[in-house]
Design a protein around this ligand. Structure first.
Ligand code: ADP
Ligand code: ADP
Length: 231
């Protein structure tokens, strides 16, 4: 599903060249659940931005579902991001003035889905994260764990095949973190590919494969037996 070959991403900081990704080649198959680990500055965010078609590599090939991303137009990439990918962030990124339901509807607004259909789809996505009873609440009326579940519902509402999550438990207490990981495991069981960045070994244990970055390179890639997250 994700195929990267000799990916480099070079930033220029004045005269200094920063190799944020330095020859990364790897494949992530449909239905995998993967943790990306590595020290600060090792290239994790750059890697996720490339996977999410938010940033183009300097060189190398990235094929998403068999298609070379560099050959897509900006407009096609925007559609891929909206329809095929779901993004989850450490800081939830919910709009404070909107209700949970309205936040979840946003990707459908951009996709041009009619209002009634949007509300139905958002309601279904909130059901899926066990928040059917919180649809009228605004973010500040919800706990951190609940806010992250709203953000996951928003990532799910377009039925993406791939969820990309950057430190999704970074702002959560350990109980809410395990709940969020239980939810990702459920999505994974339903066939969604999940790639998440974490620097917490306890969180990586809930995935099936751990890829470690250092200085823009993959230094370890191991398949593990996932621990089951209990809600
Ligand atoms: P991580 O997410 O593992 O902390 P990053 O992908 O953010 O690592 O960064 C990898 C390297 O690329 C770091 O040395 C960082 O300073 C550099 N870098 C990231 N983004 C930029 C940018 N926009 N301009 C210049 N250097 C950058
Ligand atoms: P129909 O009335 O033909 O069954 P829907 O009510 O499901 O269609 O959808 C109405 C519009 O919303 C269509 O233009 C469709 O392309 C769009 N749409 C439906 N589902 C999605 C989705 N998951 N993501 C983006 N757009 C969608």
């Amino acid at each position: 599903m994700l195929e990267l070959n000799h990916i480099k991403k070079i930033y220029h900081d004045g005269d200094i060249e920063v190799k944020a990704l330095n020859d990364v080649s790897l494949t992530i198959a449909r239905g995998e659940m993967v943790a990306i680990m590595g020290p600060s500055g090792s290239g994790k965010s750059t890697f996720m931005n490339v996977l999410g078609c938010l940033d183009q590599p300097t060189s190398g090939s990235y094929r998403l579902n068999g298609q070379e991303v560099a050959e897509r137009t900006q407009r096609e990439l925007a559609t891929i991001r909206n329809r095929e990918l779901g993004f989850v962030f450490q800081s939830f990124n919910l709009l404070p003035k909107l209700t949970a339901l309205q936040n979840v509807e946003l990707p459908l607004v951009y996709a041009g889905v009619p209002a009634q259909r949007r509300a139905e789809m958002a309601q279904q996505a909130l059901d899926r994260v066990d928040l059917a009873h919180r649809v009228r609440h605004r973010p500040k009326e919800l706990s951190g764990g609940q806010q992250q579940r709203v953000a996951i519902a928003r990532a799910l509402v377009n039925n993406p095949r791939l969820i990309l999550a950057d430190e999704p438990t970074g702002n959560l207490d350990s109980h809410s973190s395990v709940e969020v990981m239980a939810l990702f495991q459920e999505l994974h069981r339903s066939g969604i590919t999940v790639v998440l960045v974490t620097h917490e070994p306890d969180i990586a244990e809930y995935t099936q494969r751990v890829i470690r970055f250092r200085d823009g390179q993959v230094v370890a890639d191991e398949v593990i037996r996932p621990k089951r997250a209990e809600k």
